[in-house]
Design a protein around this ligand. Structure first.
Ligand code: GDP
Length: 609
């Protein structure tokens, strides 16, 4: 029988070294070398090797084909080796000079930690509002995951996701982004469990702590008590002969903020933080998401070097030529140096928080590295999801399974607003695993909860956990129909507490937030003295003045509060029904856009059966 003769295809093979995993299949090899799987199979047949398109190939076969088409291969093992090889390809080591001498000093990067409700968010907002030089974009600072302020001409960078969960999730991925931790302790509440956790996490990371004793404006504030509680945990204030800087602040009234910032600069000085401004930029991804208009967007923190528009960049499994850089004031910038947070546009894909990024020597290398990583991730995820199929329980049934002495697996679909929080939630959840209870993540994703999530959860007997996201109407209906449990949270520790309680059979009654109405924003007006008013169309239910409300953009919660005012034409009204237009006063929230949804809700306890 005549063998078909092999004729090389016309498309040129990629130039330079192509990194390929050992035991790749003809399909994978072909894809990376601009050939079809059939090309590979045909060629190997000619060599007397009978293989299928999805069969693993030996090193010899991979190299035989590569040399035949004129490509240069570098074969790597799966696992740790991969990254080592990729670092070689990226020539990372050429960039490492640990010689601090002659390097430029750089701004400190700060993470704010502390117990829930002690004022972390308020403090971050206060610092930002008072010190960020408003950009041209109308003075509205953008939430990009981090921001930079100027204190007496000296910059300080703040990571905008407070709490130790995100901090530790980043560290778990090898990213040490933080130079100094600001530990917020409310003076009226004192040291609480998460204060202690935060201290432990900061110490584990060997990051210096500056204490902000907050809410000193409160009548029952007791600064001395906080100081002695902290001293018991090894943080002794300077005024007592220790070496921990403690500053009294009121995030609410804005007092003590300057002193806090000054002290951060003092600590930064002592730490002698340095990085070279020159050379290819490197750093870490703080947040990433898919923006409808702009494509994949990643906020990165530059740690060394300077990233410029036009640079070929790799961030995890995403790559691209930097199309635009946007700073935290919403302005486009041409470049960003060490300790600067900046949004990067132009990536091929959504990177993950904690991924490192690096400017590659050229486009080809950037692409090669990203595609190799993507391939490995895919291989790993196929293995992971296959393991998830078969068995597993929902939150409500988990205790029964544990009691029955079965090895219980809790199947979860986790959705969050941004990759940073998704990462934080999953990392914290993983820590709850016990010998007798395993967690299986059927899906982890960014964005609102959709009908597809419900379908997947129904199919895999999973519970859906939403963090700062909401199910849309279709998803809610389908969940009810398919009896899929959705639990949504805005505070990580409440989410963790629920899961822990479920594991001991004490799942708290669910307070379902019953949606009472929703309205679509058509237009936003500025009314003198009143502020922003949203012209809306009520789509479902009834909108009632004073009711609890959240603003959603594509299923993600962007604001929560109450409806301050409600009008039909010029009249104040108590409620507006579906099918009518109305004006909704937004109190202090200004950033609404047409197309956003205003959703009102009530909380009702769901009896357990
Ligand atoms: P987080 O959970 O630590 O981020 O806490 P938040 O920043 O959300 O603050 C919790 C509550 O404490 C909010 O109602 C704040 O308005 C309030 N708060 C924050 N800082 C202060 C302060 O300095 N003084 C007073 N009186 N209230 C504050």
């Amino acid at each position: 029988m005549d063998m078909p003769t092999y004729t090389p295809a016309e498309t040129p093979v990629p130039e330079g070294v192509v990194v390929i995993e050992r035991a790749s299949t003809p399909q994978e090899l072909g894809r990376r070398l601009n050939r079809t799987a059939a090309d590979v199979v045909r060629f190997l047949m000619q060599q007397g090797e009978m293989v299928t398109a999805t069969q693993s190939l030996s090193d010899e076969m991979l190299e035989l084909f590569a040399s035949d088409v004129g490509a240069e291969l570098r074969l790597v093992d799966p696992g740790e080796e991969q990254e080592v090889e990729l670092r070689k390809v990226l020539a990372v080591d050429d960039l490492d000079d640990d010689d601090d001498e002659g390097q430029d000093s750089r701004p400190p990067v700060i993470t704010v930690m502390g117990h829930v409700d002690h004022g972390k968010t308020k403090l971050l907002d206060r610092i930002r509002d008072a010190n960020v030089v408003a950009g041209e974009a109308g003075g509205i600072t953008q939430h990009i995951g981090a921001y930079q302020v100027n204190q007496g001409g000296r910059p300080i960078t703040f990571i905008d996701t407070p709490g130790h969960e995100a901090f530790t999730a980043m560290r778990a991925r090898g990213a040490d982004a933080t130079d100094i931790v600001v530990l917020v302790v409310a003076a009226d509440d004192g040291v609480m469990p998460q204060t202690v956790e935060a201290i432990d996490h900061a110490k584990a990371a060997d990051v210096p702590i500056v204490v902000a004793i907050n809410k000193v404006d409160r009548e029952n504030a007791d600064v001395q008590r906080v100081m002695s509680q902290l001293s018991e945990r090894g943080l002794v204030p300077e005024s007592w002969g220790g070496d921990t800087i403690m500053v009294e602040v009121s995030a609410l009234q804005g007092t003590g903020i300057d002193e806090l910032l000054e002290n951060l600069l003092v600590v930064a000085e002592l730490e002698d933080l340095r990085a070279s401004q020159d050379g290819r930029a490197r750093g870490v991804v703080l947040e990433a998401n898919l923006d409808v208009g702009r494509g994949p967007v990643a906020t990165v923190l530059v740690q060394r070097g300077t990233v410029k528009v036009g640079d070929p960049l790799v961030a995890g499994a995403a790559w691209g030529r930097v199309r635009a850089l946007i700073d935290h004031t919403g302005n486009q910038v041409k470049e960003a140096g060490p300790s600067t947070p900046v949004q990067v546009l132009g990536l091929s894909d959504v990177a993950e928080a904690g991924d490192d990024f690096i400017v590659a020597p050229d486009d080809r290398t950037a692409r090669n590295v990203a595609e190799t990583r993507e391939h490995w991730q895919r291989v790993a995820s196929i293995g992971g999801s296959a393991a998830a199929v078969g068995g597993g329980a929902r939150l409500e049934d988990i205790f029964e399974q544990i009691q029955a002495g079965e090895a219980a697996t809790l199947n979860l679909v986790v959705k969050a607003d941004v990759t940073g929080s998704l990462e934080a939630v999953t990392q914290s959840l993983k820590k709850l695993e016990r010998d007798d209870v395993k967690l299986s993540f059927v899906l982890r994703g960014v964005g609102g909860i959709t009908q597809y999530d419900i379908q997947l959860a129904a199919a895999s007997n999973a519970t859906i956990l939403g963090f700062n996201v909401r199910p849309d109407r279709k998803a809610r209906e389908l969940a009810e129909h398919d009896n899929v449990e959705i639990r949504t949270y805005e505070i990580i520790y409440q989410l963790l507490e629920d899961i822990q309680n479920a594991m001991v059979g004490m799942l708290a009654p669910e307070f379902e937030e019953v949606v009472t109405g929703d309205a679509e924003v058509r237009e936003v007006f500025q009314v003198p003295k009143i502020g922003a008013v949203a012209g809306c169309y009520v789509q479902n239910g009834t909108i009632t003045r004073g009711s609890k409300v959240r603003f959603l953009r594509e299923g993600t919660i962007i604001w929560k509060g109450t409806i301050a005012s409600l009008r039909r034409f010029k009249d104040d009204v108590r409620e507006v029904n579906a099918g009518f237009e109305c004006g909704i006063g937004l109190s202090d929230f200004k950033d609404l856009k047409p197309g956003d949804v205003i959703e009102t809700y009530e909380e009702r306890e769901i009896p357990r059966v």
